[in-house]
Write a protein that binds this ligand. Sequence first.
Ligand code: HEC
Ligand code: HEC
Ligand code: HEC
Ligand code: HEC
Ligand code: HEC
Ligand code: HEC
Length: 496
Amino acid sequence: MPRLPSSVYNPVSLVGAGIALVSFGTVVIFFAMDMLGYVQSPYLGIFTYMIIPAILVLGLLLIPIGMLLERRRKRRHAGEERRYMVLDLNDTRNRTAIMIFTVGTMLLIVISAAGTYQAYNYSESVEFCGEVCHEVMYPEYMAYQHSPHARVPCAECHIGEGADWFVKAKVSGAYQVYSVIFNKYHKPIATPIANLRPARETCEECHWPSKFSSDKKLEKVYFPIDTADVKPWKIVMDLKIGGGQSELGPTEGIHWHMNTANDVRYIATDEQRQEIPYIESTGLDGRTRIYRARDLDMDDKELQAFEMRKMDCIDCHNRPSHIYYPPFRTINDAMAVDRIAADLPNIRALATHALTFPYTSQEQGMQRIPKIIRDNYRTHAPELLQQRNADIERSIVEIQRIYERNFFPSMKVDWKQYPNNIGHMYDPGCFRCHDNQHVTDDGEVLSNDCNLCHTIITQGPQGQTVSDLAGLPFQHPADVDEAWRTVPCSDCHLGN
Ligand code: HEC
Ligand code: HEC
Ligand code: HEC
Ligand code: HEC
Ligand code: HEC
Ligand code: HEC
């Protein structure tokens, strides 16, 4: 004797109940596995919190659908009139059905609440953002893990607090999933990200904008191309970061002028915001200065066709977490700490060549880098392959490590694709505006004075440096006449 309404006993509802039961059991097991940490796979989360719960709900929906279809079928066959169920609590079948329904619904509500919360957490996790669509996000994820923000979840910068951005993120996220599945995304992913959340609501949650940062010491040793007869060149500078609020102490330096007090707006004429012909700046005194590039060949009307952007953190810190370094810089820094043996003849040029060779995949690069370097020594200095074998091998390991973190052929990502706006050596950066070529109608210029943003306190060939705490005039390490004064550094220093 069935103890439930007879309309439950139809194939559709039974299949639905079966699906629901099996998927419920699976979720419980997967959930336990996730909690106990038995399995460390990003896909476990997708199944536990997204795919299987969706199947569970589908199964549950099939039960009432099956019941409706069943009742309609019965009515048609028996020619019955439409009758609603009479709830007779004296009937054990009705009591059981109501019990199952009430307890089941309550359980489901509690479980769905917990499940939705888990799904929400999961969809915001680094694991989900960085690992699930492995190929697409791999460059960002890799660079992120070795950045100052390696412990800051992706969502803190890309989504932030609040329901409105959460919804926006899920909508664009759904589109991203679609574009990944149907291979419709751009390689490399285009920046600037069109609707990145304003820095005010992300970065500033952790970095209080008016907090004062003291000077930062920047110390660099540069190894020339031919290491044999030229000494490495050393430079030490105080970077005047500054910032702060006038009530709390000193206010000066890079941050103060740019953010707390000044309001800077600009127009860029290219996608990546590298060409800036027009700048407006309103200072504490309330006066607005308008700087135009000397070679500007557009009138104000033509300029209005472009977007005017208010400067914020991202206009300088556009690579806080996904930093793809130029090969010269990483090789040089590795030589400075002796991870690449600096006294190996020709190693700088050779390492650059090995890193920038157009490999088709990262695996291929990792395999061929050792061969390129060994073969080169075999041809040009076979005796070194014996005498300096240990140094050559440890340098190769370091070059591979640099390669793995900064070059991603499958997504066409390297330093050239993503200019870094901090500094001015390999990309225009600060010199997009501070180039001595932006003037007001009154003749004020945005200066590129070498001691404006940093004070050079020590420079010279290693062992023969000169120091002056008040600041030294810059001396260019190689003889290029006066070109460094007039030509942007990044025109010659391409990073390779
Ligand atoms: C400290 C803040 C921060 C964190 C943490 C962060 N990002 Fe980003 N991300 C940015 C900024 C800023 C940009 C560049 C915006 C621009 O240029 O428009 C960016 C750009 C990107 C881009 C565009 C391509 C590129 O390389 O610029 C992708 C994709 C991306 N992030 C994914 C991730 C993923 C995945 C994680 C976590 C593993 C993550 N981000 C963590 C701030 C962050
Ligand atoms: C969830 C908090 C959080 C958010 C959001 C965040 N940061 Fe950070 N940031 C940190 C922490 C933690 C450090 C490391 C501090 C340290 O090493 O002393 C850091 C370090 C930095 C540094 C110093 C890097 C260095 O080389 O030492 C910069 C610059 C920076 N953040 C900029 C940004 C920018 C720009 C954004 C927005 C895109 C941002 N941060 C968003 C927490 C955050
Ligand atoms: C005019 C460009 C510019 C703007 C705009 C800017 N910064 Fe910076 N910031 C710098 C430079 C340059 C440095 C020092 C270079 C470095 O650390 O690589 C720096 C350093 C920092 C540091 C590290 C400080 C330390 O003591 O090491 C943090 C944190 C930071 N900025 C956060 C922010 C935040 C948050 C904003 C937005 C409110 C912002 N910056 C806006 C140029 C800028
Ligand atoms: C979009 C254009 C633009 C960019 C990019 C830019 N700045 Fe500026 N900067 C300005 C303007 C405008 C002023 C204010 C000049 C004025 O009106 O007095 C300024 C002022 C400054 C000052 C104060 C100068 C003074 O008179 O004391 C410093 C320091 C500074 N910027 C550093 C930087 C650094 C470092 C970078 C790169 C990380 C940078 N700026 C990038 C436009 C820019
Ligand atoms: C508008 C501000 C500004 C001006 C003007 C400026 N610099 Fe810089 N410079 C920076 C910043 C910011 C960095 C630090 C970048 C970083 O943190 O990697 C830097 C870094 C450097 C470095 C180290 C580069 C590296 O990555 O190895 C050198 C060398 C240098 N500057 C020389 C100069 C010279 C020479 C001039 C004058 C022609 C000059 N700077 C003018 C802001 C400025
Ligand atoms: C006309 C081209 C040119 C310009 C412009 C230029 N440089 Fe150089 N720079 C060179 C050459 C060539 C070398 C020597 C390369 C070598 O021996 O590796 C060099 C070497 C250097 C080095 C030693 C490290 C290295 O790469 O070997 C530093 C630091 C440097 N330049 C800084 C700057 C800065 C800062 C600026 C902008 C203010 C600048 N340069 C502008 C051509 C230029």
